[in-house]
Design a protein around this ligand. Sequence first.
Ligand code: PHE
Length: 446
Amino acid sequence: MSETLERWGSKRAFILAVTGAAVGLGNIWRFPYVAGENGGAAFLLIYVAFVLLLGIPVMMAEILIGRAGRRGPIQALGALAAQAGASPNWRWLGLFGALTVFCILSFYSVVSGWSIEFLVASINGQFNGASAAEIGAGFETFLANPGLLIFNHSLFLFMTMTVVAAGVSKGLERLNNLLMPLLYALLLLLAVYAATTDGFSTALAWLFLPSFDALTPTVVLHAMGHAFFTLAVGACALMAYGAYMPEEQSLPKAAFAVAALDISVALLAGIAIFSVVFAQGMDPAEGPGLMFVTLPIAFSELPGGAIWLSVFFLLLLLATWTSAINLAEPMVATLQGLGLRRSISTAIVAFSVWLMGLLSAFSFSTLAEFRPLFGRNIFELVSSIPPDVFLPLGGLLIATFAAWVMPHNAAVSALGMGERGYRLWRNIVRWVSIPLTFIVLLGGLL
Ligand code: PHE
């Protein structure tokens, strides 16, 4: 009896952890603005296709490596490579993952800091009675104030790293998943409200009626990058969670459940946000401020809007917190693997991410015109290249390792779908996910 209970507990814990990592800024902040910049429906369609064809199979590959290796990414990759008689260099994939999450966390923390600012502002009633133009202008003024951005970035990173140092994220994930339905309900409420605005039908058409005229290899690359980003796949961050996965848990079920939840959160946010965009005559390609400007406008028109807006930012903050913890964990684990104490490792990661984050924070003022690469400033670079290029590249290598290199028996048992299920998964990864990722990466980069 107690055994069953315990197993149930850990199965659930696993799903909680993966959902906590997946649902975050990617769904509510990044999806709408990247879709907005990339033409809407065609982007959405391709992104959903990528979640199915690449995101889920590669997520399974990543977790399966962790589950078969039963330790941190670098050690797991090293041990499995040795077992397969493959090059020990595979373990550096873990290091590449750590580099990827380093870049991602640096801007993720700055943007999560915006949520802190907006939470405080909505509690203070600053959006009460404000017009759309005032809300937009307020956001611009906020961005132009690096001191304020840095303060909130520091606060968010501190919140994240304290939890990582203490290693208590389990409790947080539980809280997160307790409150996630509430976040979901709030977005649903917003989407219903959106249906009453004049922007609704335009928003639906814009999100769901694809026109492929504007489709370029770059748009396809962005859609692929976003599929990896939103599922937290490609950085070896989920690999670490696989190590704790119970023997008999079904990997595909977990992966599909997380992906379905993840997409639906993004869709609800998209419907709410784009209805406001079209009702207010705003530009869908407004950029990273899109959610921060539209949602306060939407809420301000609901009865009790200020309260709902505060609750919304609180829940969003919680969702981003658990994602940030998942982003930080592989770096701390990597340093620990090199023999450093956990507290020291956490401090090093915290300080270097904080420093790197300063560059993003200054990208909206002092460094706005500092464009070292492709005519983009630092924030634009770190918020696009690591998600769009590093994650797919990491995912490609992870998939190659799992489907071509790993010892057959270890892979079959870690996947937990029997021999036939394994072959099906392996064929999809070998002949669909890997070539597709490769082609899109190549096409997008050239
Ligand atoms: N999936 C997270 C989000 O959508 C971001 C993330 C990316 C987390 C990669 C971990 C690894 O917010």
